[in-house]
Design a protein around this ligand. Sequence first.
Ligand code: CA
Length: 245
Amino acid sequence: MNAERRVLVVEDEAKLAALLCDYLRAAGYETRVAEDGPSALQAFVDHPPAAVLLDLNLPGLDGMEVCRRLRHDSAVPILMLTARADEIDRIVGLEIGADDYLCKPYSPREVVARVGALLRRSQGRLAGAAGASPTSRLEVGGMALDDAGQRAWWRGQALPLTPIEWRLLRTLLQQPGRVFARAQLLDAIHADFRDVSDRAVDSHVKNLRRKLQTAMAGPDCIATVYGVGYRLDVPPAAGSSAPSA
Ligand code: CA
């Protein structure tokens, strides 16, 4: 079985799960269904998928908790399916860490398109890591970022970022000290689709900021520019007195 094409569909409505699987298989994916939270976590371990479709309202353990637990030790792309529009910012933001969402009722075709977009991003970086092409690496001050593996480090310590946070950091780090408007950051993190709110950007920035602060043990290096957006100021590498940019 081809794990790179495997999608875990977590949905307790059997008819809906079957419909999604039909469309996904027609597009060349292998599917597995989990009908509740605990079996989703088990299926994730037993048959690691390349992407997860996750319904928010599930028996056993709800989709938010499943997402939180998956995200705890995996950067697997997660597409959240929800009927609760009021939860969107939490879903893609600080607390949950899903990569994308769709509100019910959604079209199965749109679901397949979103899964494709998430996989192109995550498998593009895998192909880059395995290929012979030189690794592209960005280093600014004490921060390093590697394109091939989509990883990031602060003074050699790996940063536990989600794919969206990584893209956000990469954008900010390409021009440290520059102020980026939310719309520009939105483009950077959601290249394939646009229906994500400015508040979702704020949530991702908040999450990234928290992780950087934890790693750096103190300083907040992402400045909020009121009414405009955000700016990254990178502290120098350890033991260095050189300016950061
Ligand atoms: Ca449900």
